[in-house]
Design a binder for this molecule. Structure first.
Ligand SMILES: CC(C)(COP(=O)(O)OP(=O)(O)OC[C@H]1O[C@@H](n2cnc3c(N)ncnc32)[C@H](O)[C@@H]1OP(=O)(O)O)[C@@H](O)C(=O)NCCC(=O)NCCS
Length: 194
C-alpha cells in the first residue's frame, strides 16, 4: 500500500494539532530550553538557534514524508503547548526502514492534564486511517516514567530495546498495533436456541 499523507490540521476536544508558524519561535525555544522537559532527550536543552533549527527540520519532515510532528495548541487560549505526532525516528539504531514513531513533548505547566494522551490518540488514528500503517512505535528512555505512562495509556507494549545512534543511550521500543475491525454480529444458525 502506498503511504498516504496526514492532515495538516486536526482538532480534539481541547487541542488543535497544526502546522508550524514563525511566531511559535519564542514559545518553542522556551520549551526546548527547559532542562526538566529535556531530561530524557539525547540533545539535552537547546539554545534559541538549535530550537529554530529543530523547528525548520520538523517543517521539512512534513514536506518530505507527508507526516510529522504537529505544533500542539490549546484551543481555549491558543497557547503553544509543545508537539505531538508521527515522526521518522532517525536517531535509533536498527529500526526497519519506514518505521514511524508517535512522539510528544509538552511544556512543563501542561503536564498532568492528559494533553499528550489526547493528542497522540488522534495521531494514532491518523496513522491507521490516513497513513495505512499496521503499527507505530515509540522510543523511550527507560527512566522516562511519564512518557512510558503515556505509552501505557495508549495500549502500547514493549517489544524490544535499542540505543541512540549518537549517545548510545538505551531506548525501549514500544509498539501500538492497528486495532482490528470489530467482528460482525454472528448470524443465527439452525439449531441455535430461539
Ligand atoms: C511525556 C509527557 C508528554 C507526558 O505528559 P503527561 O502530562 O504526563 O501525560 P498525559 O498528557 O497523558 O497526562 C496524564 C496525566 O494527566 C492527568 N489528567 C488530568 N486531566 C486529565 C484528562 N482530562 N484526561 C486525561 N488525563 C488527565 C492524568 O491523571 C495523568 O496524571 P498523572 O501523571 O499525575 O498520573 C511530558 O512529561 C513531557 O513532555 N516530557 C518531556 C519530553 C519527553 O520526555 N518526551 C518524550 C520523549 S520519549
Amino acid at each position: 500500500m502506498d503511504p498516504g499523507t496526514a492532515p495538516r490540521e486536526l482538532r480534539t476536544a481541547r487541542l488543535l494539532l497544526r502546522g508550524w508558524r514563525a511566531d511559535d519561535a519564542a514559545a518553542f525555544a522556551a520549551l526546548n530550553a527547559d532542562p526538566e522537559v529535556m531530561r530524557h532527550i539525547a540533545t539535552g536543552p537547546l539554545d534559541r538557534r538549535a530550537s529554530e533549527d529543530l523547528r525548520a527540520r520538523l517543517q521539512h519532515e512534513w514536506e518530505r514524508a507527508g507526516h510529522g510532528l504537529w505544533a500542539l495548541e490549546r484551543r481555549d487560549d491558543g497557547a503553544l503547548l509543545g508537539f505531538c505526532g508521527l515522526a521518522v525516528p532517525g536517531f535509533a539504531r536498527g529500526l526497519a526502514a519506514g518505521t514511524v514513531e508517535v512522539g510528544w513533548r509538552l511544556r512543563r505547566d501542561a503536564w498532568g492534564h492528559g494533553y499528550a494522551t489526547e493528542a497522540s490518540r488522534a495521531a494514532l488514528r491518523v496513522a491507521w486511517a490516513d497513513l495505512g500503517r499496521d503499527h507505530v512505535v515509540s522510543l523511550v528512555h527507560p527512566d522516562n516514567a511519564r512518557s512510558l505512562a503515556v505509552c501505557e495509556r495508549l495500549g502500547m507494549r514493549v517489544v524490544g530495546r535499542t540505543t541512540h545512534v549518537r549517545t548510545g543511550w538505551p531506548l525501549l521500543v514500544l509498539r501500538a498495533d492497528r486495532p482490528r475491525p470489530e467482528a460482525p454480529p454472528r448470524r443465527a444458525a439452525a439449531g441455535d436456541p430461539p
